[in-house]
Design a protein around this ligand. Structure first.
Ligand code: MV4
Length: 450
């Protein structure tokens, strides 16, 4: 096992990782920017190192400063959390060059999944169902037209270096395709320095369902069920649940086995999430994430596993916690991402939290790094924390969520709590009847108007 872990992150995930380290009996090093000197992860860690000024590029993304922090403290492993350097293959390689373990997949798998064309090619070769589209990149308008005629309109042009919704353009008709290609290419070039694009059939009203996996890097891998993350706004997830209200036991087992088998063949190491669009009873691979995700707690609640502890164990060469046949899925879990934003306009609302009273009780979990009197700095994401609830059934889970939301007090800043209080009282949400465009339509139709 590792002797000391440096946590290359901030906020709730830094605290989440710190808690796992403490339960494993591993000393921790927090790093922080000058804006985060008062942050909770700094207070709770065994040691801390200031790594630079507030802008992330000068602190949480500053690889030389992180290496120096490892050197100074003697940390022999780095946990990257999510965001920042968590999917940076070069960072993982540089750490290895300095004899520091990266708690995550091998660099080649991070790099492979970072290129969406290569990721899709790999998924397909491993037996994962993919969205119909181009085989690899599209290089000419005439090729694109031929492919689009084959799969039928509408089609979607996606950037190879994209992901998370950046650099996508829809073409509903043939005469829109050349413009969609040109626009997607130039946006991709400007955003990522890579103008490679590919083509897919555009699915109009799918759900976003992702499968959690963990591998030991020696050909053993298990899946831990799915999460339904269809409720999103501008490609930011808002509300996630497991199991998905759209799947039955047989469908869960089928897609889970396909994904776990693929990861066994890849000899995948660490945690991973395989993302699908799900429409008319069919799964279509879109991307794979090679990090711990924000919404991992809903999987923890229904499996009883601590994903960060298991992630650290496999990174240190340990075994998987369970065989697939011993993984049990119990009850239902929902997560709400509470952001420091106006609940109608979504404008950021950083500032001082004047009063703070998180909910509690059976089946209620709050993953947050804020406290009463804490000032949310304006430099980073606007998450106040995550409210995660668990119940025996989806109905019990929703009732518990409703009461937990009513207990939750965050004063002094705007938060998205009122949005969630509204959502749990909205029939489509109660029925589990939603898709990836549901939330934006709800907001456009005045769902949050006073
Ligand atoms: C799609 C799609 C429809 N058809 N691909 C957006 C983020 C990126 N991960 C993939 N995305 C999409 N890919 C095909 N072939 C619709 C989306 C999409 C979306 C996906 C998941 C969750 C929210 C979304 C919101 C808008 C578009």
């Amino acid at each position: 096992m590792f002797d000391k872990i440096l946590i290359a992150n901030r906020g709730e995930i830094a605290l989440r990782v710190l808690r796992a380290c403490q339960e494993l009996g591993i000393p921790t090093v927090a790093v922080h920017s000058t804006a985060d000197a008062d942050a909770m992860h700094v207070r709770l860690a065994d040691e801390s190192v200031c790594i630079g000024p507030p802008p992330a590029k000068d602190s949480y993304l500053n690889i030389p400063a992180l290496l120096a922090a490892c050197e100074i403290t003697g940390a022999d492993a780095v946990h990257p959390g999510y965001g920042f350097l968590s999917e940076n293959a070069r960072f993982a390689e540089i750490l290895a060059d300095h004899n520091v373990h990266f708690i995550g997949p091998r660099p080649e798998h991070i790099r492979l999944m970072g290129d969406k064309i290569e990721a899709k090619r790999t998924a397909k070769s491993l037996g994962i169902p993919c969205v119909p589209g181009s085989d690899g990149g599209v290089t000419s308008d005439s090729d694109a037209i031929a492919i689009a005629r084959g799969i039928g309109f509408p089609v979607l042009v996606k950037a190879a270096a994209g992901g998370g919704g950046r650099g996508m353009k829809v073409a509903h008709l043939e005469d829109e395709l050349a413009t969609a290609l040109a626009t997607a290419r130039s946006e991709a070039k400007a955003a990522f320095g890579d103008d490679a694009v590919y083509l897919e059939k555009y699915l109009q009203r799918p759900r976003h369902i992702e499968v959690q996996v963990i591998g030991d890097g020696r050909g053993n891998a298990i899946h831990l069920g799915e999460r339904d993350c269809s409720l999103q706004r501008r490609h930011q997830k808002v509300f996630e649940e497991s199991p998905s209200p759209a799947l039955n036991v047989a469908a869960r087992h089928q897609i889970g086995e396909i994904v776990a088998n693929a990861m066994r063949k890849l000899q995948y190491l660490g945690l991973g999430t395989v993302e699908f669009l799900y429409e008319d009873g069919q799964f279509f691979f879109i991307e794979m994430n090679t990090r711990i995700q924000v919404e991992h707690p809903v999987t923890e609640m229904i499996t009883g596993l601590d994903l960060v502890i298991e992630q650290i164990r496999v990174a240190a060469g340990g075994d998987l916690p369970l065989a697939q046949k011993d993984v049990e899925f119990r009850g239902h879990s929902i997560e709400c991402r509470v952001n420091a934003e106006n609940p109608s306009t979504f404008l950021p609302s950083p500032g001082r939290i004047a009063s703070y009273h998180p909910p509690g009780g059976l089946g209620v979990r709050v993953d947050s790094a804020v406290y009463q009197g804490y000032t949310i700095p304006p430099f980073y994401d606007s998450m106040v924390g995550k409210l995660i609830v668990h119940g025996k059934s989806r109905t019990e889970c929703l009732m518990r969520l409703k009461r937990a939301l009513d207990e939750f007090v965050v004063d002094g800043i705007d938060t998205t709590l009122p949005l969630f209080r509204k959502l749990v009282r909205t029939q489509d949400i109660i029925d589990g009847n939603y898709h990836i465009h549901w939330l934006e339509r709800f907001l456009a139709e005045g769902g949050m108007e006073p």
